[in-house]
Every structure is written in C-alpha cells, then in structure tokens.
Design a protein around this ligand. Sequence first.
Ligand code: GLN
Length: 252
Amino acid sequence: MKLASARLVIGHLYPDLLNIYGDRGNVLALRRRAAWRGVGDVEVRAYTVGDVLDFGDVDLICMGGGEDRKQVLAAEDLRTRRDPLEAAVAGGLPVVAVCGSYQLLGAYYQLSDGSRLEGAGIFDAYTVAGQQRLVGNVVVDSPLFGSLVGFENHAGQTFLGPGCDPLGHVVVGGGNNGRDGGEGAVRGFCVGTYMHGSLLPKNPALSDWLLLAALRRRYGEGLDWPALDDAAEERAHAAAVRRAHETARGRA
Ligand code: GLN
C-alpha cells in the first residue's frame, strides 16, 4: 500500500491543560515524520474537556504533562472516557502519555494532601506524591527502543503492577519512583513516561514505532516504510545523553 493514499489522524488530548516542557513537540515530531514518509494526509485534532471524542476516529493519541491543579480538571474528563479508551487501547490504539497524563492513565494519583485523583485505569499502576521532586535529565535503556533520553520534573512516584512493563531501566535520573530503577510503562502500544523534552524529536525509534502501529492498525501490514535520514535526530539524542551524564556527574 502506498503511503500517499494513507491518512493519519493524531488526537492531541488536553493541549490547553497538559502541555509543559515542550510536550507539544511530540505531536510535531509525529506529524513531521509521517509527512516525510509520504503519508498523504496527516491531521492533528485537539480535544479537551467536554469535547466529543470517538476513539475510532483517531489513529494515535498524544498527551502531555501538567501541574496538579490542571490534572484535576483533565482527570475528571478522562474518567468519563475510561470505557471507550480501554477498548481502544485493548484494540491496539497507540498512545503516548507524558508525566501528568501518564499518571492519569494509572489507577490513581495521590496528591500531597492525601486526596486521590482517580485515573482511567489503563495502566496497572498507581502514583503517590513524594516529599521530594525528581528533577533532571533522564537516560533510559529500553528493551524495545534502546537508549531513550528526556527531562523529568515530578513529585509523583509511580509504581507498576504486573499488568504492564516498564518502558525501560533508568541509567541516569529518577524514573518512575527513584527507587526500583524502572521508567515509564508499556501496555500494548500505549506508552507512559516521565520524559518531557520534547521526548519524540530526539527519540525517533519510539516515534516510528507509534506511527507504524497507528498505520498498520488502519491499513494492515505491507506498508511502504522508507528509512529516514535521522542524522540530526541522532545528534540531538547523543547531545542530550552527554548532557545528562555531565549533570549527573556534577551532582555526585
Ligand atoms: N503534577 C505532577 C507531578 O508533579 C506531574 C508533573 C508533570 O507533568 N511534569 O508529579
């Protein structure tokens, strides 16, 4: 199948509430990489609280991070979408959720005052606000994607149950909770992570995995999938990894 006749709809959830540290860059990277590959029609649709959203109309979901009080608003809305989102993820819908939205895809996020923000329960995970924020550059070794790099800033500490795997193991940084060495979560094609950055522009393997999953879900196997020249992305990745190691050494 020729990509020129393919269509890709990226759903950007809560861009007005959850969008810090350049998380919007994830949407831009996906859109660009799809266009560079020759996907004929790439559309980004923004959805926020109260909007009609049929998960059958979108091919990929992107969600960013945000402050606790914005998460309260997003969580309320997301809970109303729990069943259709669960069905879509179980059916292979690719999702990338960063930090605040990663937390909201778990069972709950317990805020520092002890109150609990109920999540959508897509990940077998829960989050509890810790005393200290985990802040800094992160390098992760991922079995699916190799080296990943980003920037974290979160009070929440996330703990995974057996229903999902970590995205990878922390090489530099705090990751899910600063204790068990895990970073992020993967269930099917749904990925949660604490890595802002933006994450996807300098981690093209993850971008392509999401894009391929989205297109295969709609068009099946046998897509033309030309390699891209990722020299610039690889340089950005290497520079961010170098910086992460330098800042880690500086702190030691
Ligand atoms: N408010 C959440 C926390 O502090 C998420 C922050 C974020 O998205 N960077 O854990």
